[in-house]
Design a binder for this molecule. Structure first.
Ligand code: ZN
Length: 86
């Protein structure tokens, strides 16, 4: 599920910052240590969603190998004979 920690690493000094409350989409987050601009809340949410989508896609791109193996066994078992030519 979505990472709800709301922690954002500052790209400048690597300190951990976070959103508080319910920020507006165009509200900017500035680093509490170096005052550098980090992101708007809309950009933060978009990058969060992109990261989740990428994670989910990666999971489906690498299906369970034991499932693939059972499919392969099933296909091989369905062969009429060992002499069958493709
Ligand atoms: Zn910083």
């Amino acid at each position: 599920m979505l990472n709800r920690s709301r922690n954002v690493i500052c790209p400048t000094c690597r300190s951990v910052n976070s959103w508080e409350g319910d920020p507006a989409p165009d509200e900017a987050l500035y680093c509490h240590l170096c005052d550098g601009f980090i992101a708007t809340h809309q950009h933060y949410v978009e990058s969060l969603i992109k990261g989740e989508v990428a994670r989910i896609m990666a999971r489906y791109a690498n299906p369970d190998s034991s499932y693939q193996l059972s499919l392969l066994k099933q296909v091989l078992a369905d062969r009429p004979s060992a002499d069958a030519r493709l």
